[in-house]
Design a protein around this ligand. Structure first.
Ligand code: DCP
Ligand code: CA
Ligand code: CA
Length: 350
């Protein structure tokens, strides 16, 4: 028989905004938006996150800050205080660390913990989830949400379903039932484009996981490429991914939004050089090898485009990374003459 796994996923509620609320109790009950400066509606960047009150106005992570301002001009708009969130995340990691070494941090505010072997039943695991939630609340003054299930994917979906300040256990006998009526986009890795492909194939505008689970593996691979195999399993509630304790840094990147859309080559190259420099500095400090780079452009129409190049052998030298990346920038500039709103640079690491 297969070993019964017990996996926990913990995610902090509206993380950046909740930390800001904690620091400023007078914000309680008001809309809080963390992100770029809205500049009375003329601001350029995006929303990092917002509290649940602001979400009632339709404000979402990643949307232009100008749009958020229009939706709720009376909200409290705050800049991103990354050092504060990193410090808080560090304390939370320490609390989670008490549950043993099998922890995989996914981002600042979420982690998987493999409880298999340590606890015999889902009931016991739930008690641990409650204990961790309480400790984070007591020590850091923040609420979080926990999902517990037989694999990472189900634990994450369970967590999403219980937000905010909740806990949800999905017993293995209920796994399939739990996901069957959910939108396919609830499967991590499935975005609007993949959903559309699946929808077209099934002639359904909003395919559910149970609909997608009827597609044969072969067909799914034809439709989605190699990823189809992984999704085939996931639609059946199966996810073999292990909790990896020491997750390596896979990519380092930076972005810059121009104060005004621009085509000025001097400005663009200068910013590009700075971005590459900041990123490769960080990469070198950590002794990492660059396997490829991605250049990101957002044009005046807000559409995002990327171009990338791979270095199968890996590059270490900063100057060489820059030299290899410039042609991507030039190709962007040559291919069309739209004004540029944002450029970004990311390294993919070994
Ligand atoms: N974040 C960001 N830009 C995004 C998405 C997220 O800067 N496009 C940052 C701000 C979030 C943090 O990452 O606080 C964690 O992201 P989550 O997706 O977990 O969202 P929240 O914690 O803000 O809200 P939720 O309660 O839905 O988890
Ligand atoms: Ca979160
Ligand atoms: Ca998260």
């Amino acid at each position: 028989m297969k070993l019964q796994k017990i996996i926990m996923h913990l995610d902090m509620d509206y993380f950046f905004a909740q930390v800001e609320e904690r620091e400023n109790p007078e914000f309680k009950g008001k809309s809080v938006v963390v992100g770029a400066n809205p500049r009375n509606g003329k601001g350029r960047g995006v929303v990092s996150t917002s509290n649940y009150k602001a979400r009632e106005y339709g404000i979402r992570s990643g949307m232009p800050i100008s749009r958020a301002y229009k939706l709720n001009p009376g909200a409290i708009f705050l800049p991103v205080n990354m050092r504060l969130y990193e410090k808080t995340a560090e304390s939370i990691s320490q609390i989670l660390g008490e549950e043993g070494p099998k922890i995989e941090k996914i981002s600042l505010d979420e982690a998987y913990i493999d409880l298999t072997g340590k606890y015999k039943t889902f009931k016991e695991a739930k008690k641990i989830g409650e204990k961790l939630k309480k400790e984070i609340l007591k020590k850091e003054g923040l609420t979080s949400t926990v999902g517990i299930a037989e694999n990472k994917m189900l634990a994450k979906i369970a967590c999403e379903s219980a937000k905010p300040n909740g806990i949800k256990v999905v017993l293995p006998k209920n796994s399939l039932n739990f996901i069957s009526d959910l939108d396919v986009q609830k499967i991590p890795g499935i975005g609007p484009k993949t959903k559309e492909k699946i929808g077209k194939y099934l002639s359904k505008e909003n395919p559910k996981i149970k609909d997608a689970s009827k597609i044969k593996k072969k067909e799914l691979v034809l439709l989605l490429g190699k990823r189809g195999e992984d999704f085939f399993k996931k639609f059946q509630g199966v996810d073999d991914a292990r909790v990896l304790s020491k997750r390596k840094i896979k990519s380092v990147g930076r972005e810059h939004t121009f104060q005004k859309d621009t085509r000025d080559p001097e400005k663009i190259t200068k910013i590009f050089r700075n971005l590459v420099n900041t990123v490769t500095d960080k990469v070198q400090r950590k002794n990492l090898i660059v396997k490829g780079v991605v250049v990101i452009f957002r044009f005046e129409d807000f559409k995002k485009h990327t171009k990338q190049i791979a270095f199968p052998g890996g590059i270490y030298d900063k100057k060489f990374v820059y030299k290899k990346s410039v042609p991507l920038l030039l190709r962007f500039l040559m291919e069309n003459n739209k004004k540029i709103r944002l450029i970004g640079f990311r390294t993919i690491l070994k």
